[in-house]
Design a protein around this ligand. Sequence first.
Ligand SMILES: [Zn+2]
Length: 90
Amino acid sequence: MSVFDSEGVEVCFGPCWSCRRAFTFDAELVPSIPIDPMTNTPADVGEHAPGASFVRQPICRDCVGRANANRASAGRPLIDVLPNAYLDEP
Ligand SMILES: [Zn+2]
């Protein structure tokens, strides 16, 4: 679900794809990963049907932190978190 605040920002409240914890986020700024609705796995994990369409799903701050810790130790690029992506704290 989402509402627009007084500045026209689309404020969403919904579950993190990874941990299912509900959080509040800016729909345009939140880190998200493309998920295959048929398999419920990310685009870069597992097998997907040819032409599978992926739906971007939001990821909460804690999960991005964990993902980035893993990425850092694997030498992979980190997920960028844009300012104001998360709206549940100042
Ligand atoms: Zn999460």
